[in-house]
Each structure stands twice: as C-alpha cells, then as structure tokens.
Design a protein around this ligand. Sequence first.
Ligand code: MOS
Length: 728
Amino acid sequence: MKFDKPATTNPIDQLSVVGKSTDRIDGPMKTTGTATYAYEHKDLPGKPAYGYILGAAIAKGRIESINLSDAKSASGVRAVVHYQNCGQLGQGDKNTATLLGGPEIEHYHQAIALVVADTFEQARSAAELIDVTYKTEKGAYDLAEIKDSGANVGDGFWGESDTRIGDFDNAFSSAPVKLDQTYTTPDQSHAMMEPHASIAAWQDEKLTLWTSTQMVDWAQKDVAKTLRVPTANVTINSPYVGGGFGGKLFVRADAIMAALGAKAAGVPVKVFLQRPLIFNNTTHRPATIQRLRMGADRSGNILAIGHESWSGNLKDGSPETAVSQTRLLYRGEHRMTQMRLTELNLPEGNAMRAPGEAVGLMALEIAIDELAEKLDMDPIDFRILNDTQVDPEKPERPFSQRQLVQCMQTGAKRFNWHKRNPKPAQIRDGRWRLGMGMAAAIRGAPVENSGARVRLETDATITVETDMTDIGTGTYTILAQTAAEMMGVSLDKVTVKLGASALPVSCGSGGQWGANSSTAGVYAACVKLREKIAVKLGFNPDEVVFSTSLVTAEGRSLPLQAAAIHQPIEAEDTIEFGDLDKQYAIQTFGAHFVEVGVDTYTAEIRIRRMLAVCAAGRILNPKSARSQVIGGMTMSAGAALMEELSVDTGRGYFVNHDLAEYQVPVHADIPHQEVLFLEETDPMSSPMKAKGVGELGICGVGAAIANAIYNATGVRVRDYPITLDKLL
Ligand code: MOS
C-alpha cells in the first residue's frame, strides 16, 4: 500500500482496541523469566560452546605479535579465532570500524580474538593467556583540544551540514538583546540491561544467529556482507530484546565473532559482550561542544539564531546532529546552523536515543531560558511569542501538526508554574533550595516502509507476522491492537510473531519510527486480508464492516470464521511511504516541567517532580506510550545529572566502563513523574495517524532540569552532567 496522500477515515478510527491503555502482552513472560533472550535460546543443533572476546589494549596502532600457544593448550579450549586465521572479512554497511581488528587497531577494546571453550570460565581464563604485543601510535582523544580542525560534514542522512537564512552575522551583532554561550555534553553510553549477545550455529553453509538486535533486516544483510556469504544463508532470530536505545541498531562483534567461532569449533557458540566491552567495543553517543548565539528585540522577538556544534568520530563516522531542532523550533528571520566533525580515535560514536535533538535541546533550551531572563520575560511567554507554524527555514512547508504552545500551556497549569519565583535562589524548604524549570521538546517523526503478513486461522484467531522487534517498547501489544481493530476481533484472539528474518521485512525499531510505521504495515496487510475475506464470503469489499468477529455488509452478517473453515486465509503487504514528509514538517512536540531541591550546604541535587506534556499524533496505547516517555525522562535525568563517559585522553578509552562507575538513575533518584498526552491525530503521518514518543520523552528534559537548578540556586551550569561540584 502506498501512503502518499493524507489519511481519511478508516477502521482504526473506531478506536475499540487501538488507543486503549493495554497491558503489555509480553509483560508476564518478561517479568517471570520465560521470555527467551538471545543468549538463553536452548533449542540448538548440538551442545553449545562458549566464546570470550579479547579486546585490544590500545586505542590506535598495530599488533606486532600475537602468541596463542598457551591459550590454545588451555583446558577446554576448542578454537581461537583472530585476524590471521579467519580469512578476509567484508565490511558491513552500518559499521565504521571493523568488528574484528588486527593487525591495525582502530579503537580501544576493538575485538582482536575469540576463545571458544567448553565453559565460559575456561574461555575467559584462556583469553588471558593470549600474549599480544602492540606498537602504539598517537591518537586524538580530546574533542576540546582538536575541535577547530573539524571539517564541514557535507550533506548526509543527517540532512544538511550547514544552513544559512538571511544575514545572521549582521542581525546578531545589531540585536539589542544578545546571548552568546557555549554548552558541552559528554560522551554517553546506552547502558542497556541486556548486553549484546548472540548464539551462532552453522548447518552446512547456513548460519542461524539468535541475537539481540533492533533491526533484523540490517543485521541479516550486514552479517552476510561481513562474512561474505549470501544473505539468504543467514537467519536472524531476535524475538525479545532487553533494551537497545540505538546501541543495537547495528551488528556488533558478538554476532560476527560467534559466527566465526562456531565455524571454527564446529559447534554452536554463545558470545555476549562483557560489560566493559559494551562501553568501549560498541557505539556511544558522542560528546558535543555547542555554541549558541541569539539576538532579540526588546519585546522578545528573536531576530537572529545561530547554533554551531562540534563532535568527533572515527574516520568515516557521522556527526552528532545537535543542531537539527534549532532549524525548526523557533522563528527568527536570520539564522545559521553548522556542524563540524573532527577525527577522534575513541570507539565509534553513533545513534543513541534521539540522536541530535537529545543533546541539541540540552543546549538550546538553556540558552532560551537565559535569553528570556535577559529580556525579563517568563520563559514560556518567550517561547510562545517565538512559536512558528511553518518550518522557519522553508516557510512554504507547514508543520503537519504543531501543538507546542498547547503543551506548554497545559503543563504550566498542571504544574502550578505560576508559583515559580522568576528570581533565582528565593525559595527554601528547610536546608533545601527549591526551583522550577521547563523546556520545550521537539523530535522528528520519521517513517520507514514496513511489511507484515496477517492470517485468519481455522480456529478464528488472527496471526500477525513481521520481522519487527520489540525492544521493551510494547510492539507486540500495539501490533496486536492494530490487527484486532482491523479484523474486528478481541485482543486475546491475536498472536503476534516478531523478530525473525524469515518474516516480512519491517521498519525495525529505531528513530522513534517503529510504532507508527510497523502498525501501518500491519494495517496495510489487514486491508488486503479484509478484501480477500469479503470476496470469499461474497460481500462487496468496499462496504464490509469487521466487528465482534462478524463480517457485515448489505444488511447481512457472517461469522469471520466462515472465511477460514478448512484452511487459513492470509495476506501480506508493505506500507510504502511517499513524500508527505517533504511537503510537511512532521514532528512530535512536548513540554517538560521539573522541580528540584538543592541542598544549601552540600549542593546535593534531588529531583522532586517531573511532568511531560506530549503531542505526538494518535497515541496507540497510552499505557506503553507513558512508559516510553517516563523511560526517556529518566534517561534524561541521567544525562543532566550523572552520565558521563570519562575519557582517558592519554590512552584513548572510556575509563568508567561498568555500571558501578557509569552512573544512571535508580528509582530513588526519580520520585514523581507524570505524563499527559494531548488529543491529536496526524493524517499526514500514516493511516494510523500516529507518530512516536520513545525519543520525544528524552528531549528537552535535561535543560528543564538545568533551568530548575538555576532557578533554585542562581548558578548557571552549561557543562553537563550537572554534578554538585559545579554548584559549589
Ligand atoms: Mo534509535 S537512537 O534510532 O534506536
């Protein structure tokens, strides 16, 4: 089905199943340990052996020698795989550095060998017997030091490198009220609960991988490319994923090394990335340095807005697109944005939850708060005054929906914003200084083509099949809701099968396109199945209604089951998105409100309340959508207050490579969260009229926290994370 015109009324609009708060179908399995994650898969062709990856001990240089004899003769060892004995590997489309290094080393903890043994412990202890000597080369590890060597990144999947509208320099220098500040965000890690993990099994030339991935189709293609085997010879299974956040968009060393190890050992091999490897072997969100310059007239109209961002990555890596939201969020005639990318020899930087906007808004939305203060304006009034209903860089392009003002107004009321004292450091509660802050949020609502197959079984149940993944987001549930709505059955009649390359290719889970695109794919397949069933039952397909397990048209009803008495009836289709997203700016919006307490004596920061108001198209399942948003808010509290990969700028690696030293929020850090969704349906987004919330939830929150801390203390911190030492 092509989606290239605005959606009209369709069966989803009945909202008898879709749009209702619904428990996660996979919830009981996940909470009782019966959902089988990649590493736990049991039904294997043979008893598995265990692989242990040895990561490079330098960040840049060469392996001079590698002595494996002690490792090979250690107890239980079946094989040792390394660059000299596994043939020439190919390079997947999605990886920057190669997944098996040597002799060249591109980053610290790049995989250089895999030991396969009968037990995990044997593999681990044998890996320590591998004797490697390196020749170290000098690398670049400090973004601040080398940022000025950064180059224009050109135009890529991230959009344009630079944009310029009007005459920014002139407008900025002549503006009566000005702000020119620099903000920094550190490298961050996805730190998902389930590590990257894979089991590989070969049967003749065919490889099956049980692996933890967000994108089954990308995984299948990149495994095939890397191993130089036909795509059809690779099977991927990823039915349950314990968190991804972008860190599992791409195949990593666990999958490739498991496949090589299984080939060498002749048995299935299990490999997970031990926690330190997750920090230095896989991807992370790159650090940014961002300069914001804004000028306004005395009534608060933005005249000039400029945002520059610097980030670093391995050779051929991409920039952190921290300026994207600044192109869209506020009006202002004279504008400039630019991204500069410099080569760093740290591990690969790549997408992490709302890549670009998440850290871009952490800077922009402090800057807006600062400028509002200079103007002596309430920060909400200032944002409302500078709202725009068209793309400020391309005024001929309207937003499909933009309820940012409504989000802010609804939130202000709900949060009792009027109680905030605009003068900082005025409110006390015993030893605590209290403050409120807010920020706007914007995040793209991209769509990706997505396929599905839907079947009416002979027992009158519906089966949905697609290679879509559920990374903890609730995909199983919203796909079941979609099929139940379309086919007129109750939710318990629907079975959803996901995460296998044998199933129709979906959009996968990424970029917050998953919910809208994958349900639209199921919608398309259901439209086809409805037609087939109508024809089979002798109804006019244009008039047929599916409801309460009945098919009705022309005043006559038949049980749905009548179409599949002797054999199932199925249909498959792919939703293909046209270019409505070029004609309209299709975005999600939100407003975040935070109250903090800061201890007057120790500067300990405690979040007291958080509120998010979101406008993100139709909300398919308010319960799982809320969970996504509070997950994003929590992650953003981590980004604002705790998370920072500490770079050893001498040796070129992330020092705090475990969950003891890389701090993330726990329950006690997040006392109260509320999420409101505004009524919205977006006919430009898909037949579902939905968008996505998984990444919107993390956008803006960090700045709202920073602004609340300023309001509480009068100390403006522009360098994340805001740890208490920066307040003293
Ligand atoms: Mo997302 S960072 O595209 O998984």
